[in-house]
Design a protein around this ligand. Structure first.
Ligand SMILES: Cc1cc2nc3c(=O)[nH]c(=O)nc-3n(C[C@H](O)[C@H](O)[C@H](O)COP(=O)(O)O)c2cc1C
Length: 195
């Protein structure tokens, strides 16, 4: 097996596929949405989002200590990309969406996104490029048309992921949708158990 060591200084070397989201905060009582790839579920009730120090959205995190994580479906790929290029400093990105509020009252959410998670900041971690906000999950909302037999249905949500795309040249990422179902969890690996 031959391995290649990637250059960590080149940010675009982020190698795993990311599930980008639209993160919502209120800045000066107005909603703003930022495209965020660096998000994670740290455990069942805690999410993390990494916000570059220079981002306008950071003000909203500091003002209200609440945020939302909105998962766009494939239909919203243009809006997602735009919210990753334009800043709330100069553009009203919230005009692209219908905004609603939930339990936190200050974390704006996007009605058009099939999944919305509202969070309250419980901890922050300052790293050289980003501030990582850890949020306790306050509530999760799912669009009715993305639920089948009472269960959230990923085939209806059509989540977007992005990853490096060698077909487009060096350091270029592209957006993709999910491929085929390849097995059931806690089942597909069963036959590797020693007998
Ligand atoms: C797909 C995608 C993912 C991104 N992920 C992040 C991220 O994880 N953290 C970050 O600070 N910026 C990220 N960005 C860049 C911000 O979305 C972008 O700088 C945005 O314009 C900042 O908006 P604001 O100034 O309104 O806060 C990403 C952009 C794209 C297109």
């Amino acid at each position: 097996m031959t391995k290649r060591k990637l250059d960590l200084k080149v940010m675009k070397n982020l190698v795993f596929p990311y599930l980008p989201t639209l993160v919502g905060v209120n800045v000066g009582e107005k909603p703003n949405y930022i495209a965020i790839g660096l998000i994670g579920w740290l455990c069942y009730d805690t999410m993390s989002v990494s916000i570059g120090h220079q981002q306008y959205s950071r003000k909203g995190f500091e003002e209200n200590r609440t945020f939302s994580v909105n998962q766009p479906g494939a239909k919203l790929v243009r809006e997602l990309d735009f919210c990753g290029m334009a800043s709330g400093r100069t553009v009203d990105k919230a005009a692209l969406f219908e905004t609603f509020y939930g339990e936190t009252k200050t974390a704006p959410m996007i009605a058009e996104c099939p999944v919305n998670v509202e969070c309250r900041v419980v901890q922050t971690l300052v790293r050289p490029v980003h501030t990582v906000y850890l949020g306790e999950v306050v509530a999760v909302h799912v669009s009715e048309d993305c639920v089948t037999d009472g269960i959230m249905d990923v085939t209806r949500i059509e989540p977007i992921f992005y990853a490096p795309d060698p077909s487009q040249g060096k350091q270029v990422h592209s957006y993709w949708t999910l491929g085929q179902r390849i097995g059931r969890t806690y089942e597909v690996g069963k036959d590797l158990r020693p007998t």
